[in-house]
Design a protein around this ligand. Structure first.
Ligand code: AMP
Ligand code: GLY
Length: 425
């Protein structure tokens, strides 16, 4: 089977590695892929948002199955285009991808179907939004409606900050058209949990839970990033909480999407906050999380390809999805300066890896036969072990064997999870 994976980051590298474990996988293509992915997949020179270009590529390369991983092509309708051209796909159609593509859609869905989330108001009028933030409780959270490279959420401690957030989105359009409408919502507190799930629109099967570390610096300081590291499972996510989420959030969401005539097929990501009032949805993503995927997929037993085929053919209920029961930690090595400006082009030296070690390349290119840095998040060093403390130790040991100039990583990935385990004990 020839498989085409759309995307070119660490998440896609992890997906491709896992797909390759299935003997049915023949050639794997990646669009656009990256210099590290090129070691195990054929990377083409077509961008992930060039939908006609990608469809032409699939036709020219006798592709049998397509996996669309990133949010932008999903929200733009890549799955609809591949399906119309006769290619079976893993990923939601455009109308279902709106669950991430429009925060207003997601919030209204949750309100209509009584799915727990932060209380909110929607504004498309600047004056009304400015008026609202004069009186709303503080802190408050201002969110651009559309995709904004993960940056469209501003937590405002003061009225001045809230006014500035509203103005910059609605008037200054710092996130472009994504800020034409904003959601202003209640500030919630509690531990955050990421739960990725497989769903074919009828059945939903949660994967092992995980914890992201979004801030750039140790102790959750510094700017928000795409994610500086992950651990799985997330110790805050107990079996009781998992059962409550299945009943109050996961199943109702799948049913709601079906009831709206937008059945969701693919990976639905639930970003949850465990508040004093129970678990609430902070965000939905219509795709695998990055870097959550880099700890979740190494713990998946059996064939990812088989699960993805089952999702696309609507037979997930009859398909086994098993996780190993071990733990994983992923430490992101980034370029100094990320998420703002950083230098690129430094040669990367990679060590040999053992069976429970994985290096997933995100921002690297091949130059004169060498791998060099080309992005903010350069790679993820993942280790799997029987316990979380051992996985964390091994991931840092692996990261220590990787070298490139200008590298930095957080030193405390997993520490909050270890603290939670101690407190729970
Ligand atoms: P998002 O871009 O939706 O992932 O949001 C980024 C981060 O903002 C989340 O991971 C949360 O830490 C935080 N956040 C979003 N919404 C809220 C909220 N209503 N209350 C508190 N924190 C929030
Ligand atoms: N790690 C968060 C995300 O993928 O959106």
């Amino acid at each position: 089977m020839n498989i085409l994976v759309i995307g070119g980051g660490g998440r896609e590298h992890a997906i491709i590695r896992k797909l390759k474990e299935d003997p049915r996988a023949e050639t794997i293509y990646a669009l656009p892929g990256n210099g590290g992915i090129a070691a195990g997949a054929v990377c083409g020179g077509v961008g992930a948002c060039d939908i006609p270009g990608m469809v032409d590529f699939a036709k020219a390369h006798a592709v049998d199955f397509v996996v669309v991983a990133p949010d932008d092509p999903l929200v733009l309708g890549a799955v609809d285009a591949f399906t119309a051209a006769g290619f079976p796909c893993f990923g939601p159609r455009k109308d279902a991808a709106a669950i991430e593509g429009s925060k207003v859609f997601a919030k209204e869905l949750m309100k209509k179907y009584h799915i727990p989330t932060a209380a909110y108001e929607v504004f498309s009028d600047l004056a009304a939004a400015l008026d609202y933030v004069e009186h709303c409780p503080l802190p408050t959270v201002v969110k651009a409606d559309g995709l904004a490279l993960g940056k469209g959420v501003l937590i405002c401690e003061t009225r001045e900050a809230a006014r500035e957030a509203v103005r910059s989105m609605m008037e200054g359009r710092i996130f472009g058209e994504s800020g034409a409408r904003v959601v202003i919502e209640e500030f919630l507190t509690g531990p955050e949990v990421s739960v990725l799930s497989f769903t074919d629109g009828e059945t939903v099967v949660p994967m092992v839970s995980s914890m992201d570390h979004k801030r750039a610096l140790d102790g959750d300081q510094g700017l928000n990033t795409g994610g500086m590291g992950t651990v799985a499972p997330n110790p805050y996510y107990t079996p009781e909480i998992a059962a409550a989420c299945m009943e109050a959030i996961f199943l109702p969401t799948i049913q709601a999407m079906r009831a709206e005539g937008r059945p969701f097929q693919g990976c639905l990501y639930f970003g949850l906050m465990l508040t004093a009032d129970g678990p609430k949805v902070i965000e939905y993503n219509c795709r695998f999380g990055d870097p959550e995927t880099q700890v979740v997929l190494p713990l998946l037993e059996g064939s990812l390809l088989e699960i993805m085929l089952a999702v696309s053919e609507g037979r997930l209920a009859d398909t086994a999805v098993r996780f190993s029961g071990k733990s994983a930690c992923c430490v992101i090595l980034a370029s100094q300066g990320y998420p703002q400006t950083y230098e690129k082009g430094f040669p990367i030296s990679l060590p040999e890896t053992g069976a429970d070690e994985h290096i997933y390349i995100a921002g690297a290119a091949e130059k004169d036969g060498r791998l060099v840095t080309s992005g903010g998040r350069v790679l993820g060093a993942t280790a799997v072990a029987d316990t979380l403390p051992a996985a964390i130790e091994r991931a840092y040991a692996l990261a220590g064997r990787i070298h490139f100039d200008n590298a930095y990583c957080r030193r405390d990935i997993g520490q909050r999870a270890l603290q939670a385990m101690k407190e729970g004990a």
